[in-house]
Design a protein around this ligand. Structure first.
Ligand code: C2E
Ligand code: CA
Ligand code: CA
Length: 653
């Protein structure tokens, strides 16, 4: 009962429910009116000759006209999207109108009652019951209207028939009274079900809306860089692919921008400062592009640009320069301002049939070239670069062929003690004599092996050869072996190398691994662990190419290198370039002060060898002493140098 009472009230605070009620009513109410009109006209026709014309005809026709208007109104407005407030007002009016019309129809029927015979009176009774039942079923979604109209029709009937004095009508009236209780129950339970259904639909709708919202966020996250708000790598490639599909004849110009000096910002000033730099960079790039084209963050400190298709190449070049200039502007971070720089690689695609990956690779290659010049400028992918890239692909392909392992070999370059001219060991240098491509420089095939993840396999093949060679070299002689960045950041490779040394029965103290600083940059912690592990067995570690990379004192300090190899680019210019001489001397001093042995590579003349010795450099290698040699020649070279210095070597191991 409580439920019914609360259901009778229009729920003004529940807009969804009001609208649901309105929509349900809009399809039911016209049916109710049609039933009423048909029934009323049926009654009118049978009374046309027995009752006054105004009562028998005019009144029902007038009421029917009202009903027809209401049918038309509901037909027109019932299908419209309405607001809750509108629905509320219409339903309030409907309740009033329902009561008024029921009253009018009921009064009219009762007024006719006295004019008819027993059959006609029976028809009136039928009319009132049908009207009541129609109201119950058609107004169930508006319980107040349903109850009001049923109550009015049934009241007319009960009052008229109870006092008619005719037992049939009295019995009918009595049964109607009892009929009204289950009707109220039916109205109530139907309405509760309806309310439950609306609630359920609403909850489902909410859940669906939530799911859609999360979906939207997910798909936005999947395509957007969270830090800068720019499109991310996936979005960049998707857009590029779409454009290539849409305009295969006119592919867009794309650019890649990479920041120089960003990593130190992160390391020194913290990630918050790094984030600020990236955000400000994104803003600067967007401003330069002026809302045209696409600026995306491809990851880390790399940005990708898709230039508008109608942009001329000169304008693209200017924009590339503008990016580089914008990067050189100071960045404001809490506690000061910092400066970085950056380079830009651009590809202007020619012809058709490009894939997004190919364009990216070309722009990346141009970027790599310009980055290696370290002057923070723009480079276009040229025919010359295209040729280099083609060679690179050929090498990568050939590397993965079956012959590669057989075609690999090592040469050995003597390392000389400048003090007494004795050979102290050799550096093993990889050689690849490809049947198809000819002799390939290690500077070309080692990076290719790194890119194609062949490096681990290659290192193992070469190291096996190096161990066999070392076993043949006279005992105090040592062998230096170059490890790539990938090798040193990989526990598995290092464990394999140790197992190979153990298996070959070689004293680990005769082995030196040369690593470059770039190896430390990719994953310092792993490199640190691996180096510690190798050193613990007695293997020595040399820092190769010192002076060309970051030349970080912190690396030297933390990793306790046994040797530092001064890069040949300084040594070769030693007697011609004062700066090279100063750098070489500084490194030699640094090594002396830290108790680290220094090795000069690329010694091409006696004068340089003498000057290096005078500067405090102990060990050296270079064409002046010997080019890299085949194993037999290397061993012979060592013996000859022993004879020359007259200090006999131990017998062959
Ligand atoms: P690197 O380790 O700095 O090796 C020294 C390079 O300088 C060698 O070039 C050597 O032939 C060359 N060189 C030696 N003395 C002189 C000289 O007096 N003048 C001039 N102009 N050059 C001299 P190479 O053999 O072409 O090797 C190039 C690079 O390839 C090596 O540089 C090293 O980084 C890498 N590499 C060589 N073998 C291996 C290897 O087995 N594994 C790995 N991971 N890298 C290797
Ligand atoms: Ca080396
Ligand atoms: Ca070197």
């Amino acid at each position: 009962m409580k439920n019914l009472l609360s259901g009778m009230r229009l729920q003004k605070d529940n807009p969804t429910f009001l609208i649901a009620q309105y929509n349900a009513l809009s399809s039911q109410i016209p049916i109710l009116y049609i039933l009423l009109v048909i029934n009323a006209l049926a009654v009118a026709i049978t009374h046309i000759h027995t009752a006054p014309i105004w009562l028998a005809l005019y009144i029902p026709v007038a009421l029917s006209v009202v009903c027809v208007f209401r049918i038309a109104w509901w037909q027109i407005h019932g299908k419209e999207q309405v607001t809750a407030e509108y629905a509320y007002n219409v339903m309030r009016r409907t309740i009033v109108l329902a009561a008024v019309l029921t009253f009018a129809f009921g009064g009219w029927a009762v007024a006719l009652y006295q004019y008819g015979n027993a059959y006609q009176q029976g028809q009136i009774a039928y009319f009132l019951v049908v009207a009541g039942i129609s109201c119950v079923f058609c107004l169930m979604h508006l319980p107040l209207a349903a109850i009001l109209t049923t109550a009015i029709t049934f009241s007319f009937m009960v009052v008229t028939f109870m006092f008619s004095g005719k037992s049939v009508f009295v019995a009918t009236a009595t049964s109607v009274i009892f009929l009204s209780f289950p009707f109220v129950r039916v109205i109530n339970s139907y309405f509760q079900n309806f309310a439950g259904l609306v609630r359920l639909t609403e909850e489902l709708g909410d859940k669906q809306a939530e799911a859609e919202r999360l979906n939207l966020i997910n798909s936005r996250n999947a395509l957007q860089d969270q830090l800068t708000g720019l499109p991310n790598r996936r979005s960049f490639f998707r857009e590029l692919q779409d454009m290539l599909l849409q305009y295969p004849d006119r592919p867009p110009i794309i650019g890649l921008v990479d920041l120089d000096g960003f990593k130190p910002v992160n390391d020194v000033f913290g990630h918050a400062a790094g984030d600020l730099v990236l955000k400000q960079t994104a803003e600067r790039f967007l401003t330069i592009m002026g809302g045209k084209g696409t600026v995306a963050r491809l990851g880390g400190d790399e940005f990708g640009i898709i230039f508008p298709r109608d942009m001329a190449e000169v304008v693209v070049a200017e924009i590339g320069q503008a990016f580089c200039s914008a990067l050189r502007e100071p960045y404001e971070i809490p506690g000061g301002s910092i400066r970085i720089s950056g380079s830009c690689g651009i590809v202007v695609p020619e012809g058709q049939g490009h894939t997004a990956e190919q364009l990216y690779e070309k722009a990346d290659f141009a970027l790599y070239q310009v980055k290696s010049r370290r002057n923070g400028s723009v480079e276009f992918f040229s025919h010359h670069l295209e040729e280099i890239l083609r060679q690179r692909h050929l090498i990568e392909l050939e590397l993965q062929g079956d012959d590669f392992a057989r075609e690999l070999s090592l040469e050995y370059q003597p390392i000389i003690d400048l003090g007494d001219g004795r050979v102290v060991g050799f550096e093993a240098l990889a050689r690849w004599n490809s049947a198809r491509l000819g002799r390939i420089s290690p500077d070309a095939f080692i990076p290719a092996a790194e890119r194609t993840a062949m490096i681990g396999k290659m290192t193992r093949i070469l190291f096996a050869e190096a161990l066999t060679a070392l076993a043949q070299m006279p005992a105090p002689l040592r062998l230096s072996f170059n490890l790539s960045a990938r090798d040193i950041c990989d526990h598995e490779t290092s464990m394999t190398l140790l197992a190979m040394i153990h298996g070959a029965g070689i004293d680990p103290r005769r082995i030196e691994f040369e690593i470059t600083e770039t190896a430390l940059l990719s994953d310092f912690n792993t490199a640190y662990e691996v180096i510690g592990l190798l050193r613990a067995t007695g293997i020595t570690i040399a820092l190769d190419d010192f002076g060309t990379g970051f030349s970080s004192l912190s690396h030297i300090h933390r990793l306790e290198f046994d040797k530092i190899k001064i890069d040949k680019s300084f040594v070769m210019q030693f007697d011609r370039d004062v700066r090279c001489m100063n750098i070489t001397r500084s490194v030699a001093n640094l090594c002396r002060n830290l108790g680290i042995v220094s090795v000069a590579e690329g010694v091409e003349s006696e004068a340089i060898a003498d000057a290096l010795l005078a500067s405090g450099v102990r060990l050296a290698q270079g064409y002046h002493f010997s080019r890299p040699l085949r194993l037999e020649n290397a061993i012979a070279f060592a013996r000859e140098s022993e004879i020359a210095t007259q200090q006999p070597l131990a017998a062959s191991a």
